[in-house]
Design a protein around this ligand. Structure first.
Ligand code: ADP
Length: 309
């Protein structure tokens, strides 16, 4: 059973921006699916269309086989959404935020109150139940939005950048909560521009760039395409030329900085051993580009090679 089917979906905004260009992807029931891409790639637009907040230009979307053009309320009944922007009524008490939301789905009040208690407790904000949403911290507001999205027991939960701007504690808590929810059978789609977040949580990933899906595969297969990482090493002493490390590509960025390219089959340990042998001390080390950027370079190079063939 498909939880979501997105077919030839395109969106052109009034200002002429083509945010989605004939996008296709499907999500199986039970998947934990990442829609991964840099800022401006079209992720929020896609979520907006699926949840009927944004009008599509063309294409179709089905949620558990219900088409959003023809069976919108049925499609919506399957969905829970956590948007990127805080869209809470800031003057509502937290408990009422959930009870009112349940009202939109026709859930009787006693049941609504019970669910509100359950989800506020699960999100660890039950003690804030009588506070106005505006008095919550950023991380708590996000947790309240997750609790609100769960009130209709959605079969498909969509989260747009769920941990953007939240503290580490909230991020960890959110991750373990989402894993558990997925284990219990809820299909989850999240958008993110952190490869690490997708990697931690998701079993499937579609990568979107400039409104087009450039990759759609299991997380394991996609990570397998990450062929190399480039590290920058800061050195204690200055050098005139880049040191030679057998098996590695090196270059000098500045007198006290070298760049080393490391392929998947190589570790970084040999670099340290080899440099120690020639008395070069490393003070610190960092990735030149994020792994996601590296993956993009890899994928777009592959695409170009295919086009040239
Ligand atoms: P993402 O969520 O991946 O960051 P978005 O879907 O927000 O990407 O944006 C995709 C593109 O559409 C961007 O170029 C963005 O500037 C543009 N865009 C988004 N919303 C609007 C809007 N309401 N009007 C015009 N352009 C928009």
């Amino acid at each position: 059973m498909k939880a979501l089917s997105v077919n030839d979906l395109s969106k052109q905004y009034r200002n002429g921006v083509q945010a989605l260009k004939s996008v296709n992807f499907q999500v199986n029931q039970g998947d934990f699916f990442a829609l991964l891409g840099p800022n401006g790639a079209g992720k929020t637009t896609a979520i907006g269309i699926i949840t009927s907040l944004v009008n599509k230009t063309s294409g179709s979307v089905q949620v558990f086989n219900s088409d959003i053009d023809h069976q919108l309320s049925l499609a919506k009944s399957y969905l829970g959404v956590v948007p990127q922007e805080v869209n809470l009524n800031l003057f509502d008490k937290c408990i009422n935020t959930l009870v009112n939301q349940a009202g939109f789905y026709g859930i009787p009040r006693p049941e609504a109150k019970k669910r509100a208690e359950d989800y506020l407790k699960q999100m660890d904000i039950w003690e804030k139940r009588n506070s106005n949403a505006r008095d919550l911290s950023g991380g708590m507001k996000r947790r309240l939005m997750v609790a609100r999205a769960l009130v209709n027991k959605p079969k498909l939960l969509l989260l747009d950048e769920p941990t953007a701007g939240v503290d580490i504690e909230t991020r960890r808590m959110m991750w373990s909560f989402l894993r558990e929810l997925n284990n219990q059978g809820t299909t989850i789609i999240l958008t993110t521009h952190y490869l690490e977040e997708a990697e931690q949580l998701c079993d499937h990933v579609a990568i979107i760039d400039e409104g087009e899906i450039i990759e759609n595969d299991s997380m394991l297969n996609v990570l397998g395409k990450l062929k190399k990482e480039v590290f920058i090493l800061n050195l204690e002493n200055s050098l005139d030329v880049a040191p030679k490390i057998p098996g590695y590509e090196t270059s000098l960025r500045s007198p006290r900085e070298i760049e080393v390219s490391v392929t998947q089959s190589q570790g970084v340990n040999d670099i340290f051993t080899e440099l120690k042998k020639i008395d070069i001390k490393i003070i610190s080390m960092r990735n030149k580009t994020s792994r996601l950027e590296e993956l993009f370079i890899e994928l777009t190079n592959n695409q170009k090679e295919e086009q040239q063939r």
